[in-house]
Design a protein around this ligand. Structure first.
Ligand SMILES: Cc1ncc(COP(=O)(O)O)c(C=O)c1O
Length: 310
């Protein structure tokens, strides 16, 4: 029982994926962030960033929250803002899926579109210009806001330790880096031997929610020295794994979850025993229009090209 919807964020289920275990001794688990109120991991950071801004006294009822986002953070902020009575404007590339636009509109957010060809970086630049020109806007800026990793340090990390004290590896997608940094830091404090591995798109490819550092923007909250590895995948492999996840385990997750699962399986190849926790950032609902679950992947080659370890 929760006092309101914001209180119902977090405490998502950790579910084993037995059919993906490549050998005895290797167990793979998924933390299903699609079970959050708006269906993604970003509910955690939306709550944290808004409540931090309230505490700092910078978020007042006369201001409008402004955020560049490819979707999930905007939807989570829209939920938190509506519940708490704030206005929200999101800036996002015009090619994001229809479902995301409709959801944001349902929650009462205003949308400013940026050019599709400039991706998330274009949205960030436009939002920064708007915030600089008008002090009515308060940009929470998930890429540089310490409350983003802190939300994971305080909630995601402790939940995993509580549910699977014997965790050896943690794999998550790299977007802002908040999930990897906050959860990773908490896990390494608990047991320094736990490895933290990022899933990212290959430089010329695109996986919704994830970013390639090779494109030139490194989020200020990202500290690469905390990562033990980063695996770069093709979008197509992420799609195929997302489809396989539903076919083999009945788990309906978003595209970045396919990338995370593929990364976990590449990591597992090098190991004899491990308890690998994958963070699945969202559910599949927002990706239905891609038809990814009904595609034929028979001709896809093994798509992993670059594996980079520090
Ligand atoms: C679907 C999806 N997966 C993964 C991520 C990456 O999470 P983080 O920003 O914590 O690195 C995001 C973030 O935008 C996302 O929307």
């Amino acid at each position: 029982m929760y006092k309101d919807i914001i209180d119902a964020i977090g405490n998502t289920p950790l579910v084993e994926l037995p059919t993906f275990s490549p050998k005895r001794g290797i167990r793979i688990f998924a933390k299903l962030e699609g079970h959050n109120p708006t269906g993604s991991v970003k509910d955690r950071i939306a709550r944290a960033m808004v409540e931090q801004a309230e505490k700092d006294g910078v978020l007042t009822p006369d201001r409008t929250i402004l955020e560049p986002t490819s979707g999930n953070t905007g939807i989570s902020l829209a939920m938190v803002a509506r519940r708490k009575g704030y206005r929200l404007k999101v800036v996002m590339p015009e090619n994001v899926s229809r479902e995301r636009i409709d959801l944001l509109t349902a929650f009462g957010a205003e949308i400013e579109f940026s050019g599709a060809d400039q991706g998330t970086n274009g949205a960030i630049a436009i939002a920064q210009t708007m915030a600089a020109a008008d002090s009515q806007y308060l940009m929470l800026y998930q890429y540089g806001n310490a409350a983003n990793p802190l939300a994971h340090y305080e909630t995601t990390g402790p939940e995993i330790i509580r549910d699977l004290p014997e965790i050896t590896h943690f794999v998550a997608g790299l977007g802002t880096g908040g999930t990897l940094m906050g959860t990773g830091r908490r896990l390494k404090e608990y047991n320094p031997d736990i490895k933290v591995i990022a899933a990212a798109p290959q430089p010329d490819d695109h996986i919704q929610g994830l970013r390639s550092l090779e494109e030139g923007f490194v989020p200020p909250i990202l500290d690469l020295s905390l990562l033990d590895g980063r695996i770069m995948l093709k979008g197509e492999e992420s799609f195929r794994m997302t489809a396989e996840l539903l076919r083999k385990e009945s788990v309906f997750a978003g595209v970045s979850s396919g990338a995370v699962l593929a990364t976990a399986l590449h990591v597992a190849q090098r190991l004899d025993s491990a308890n690998i926790v994958c963070l699945f950032a969202d559910g599949g609902w927002k990706y239905l229009s891609t038809q990814l679950w009904t595609k034929d992947y028979a001709t896809l080659q093994d798509a992993v090209e670059g594996t980079l370890w520090w």
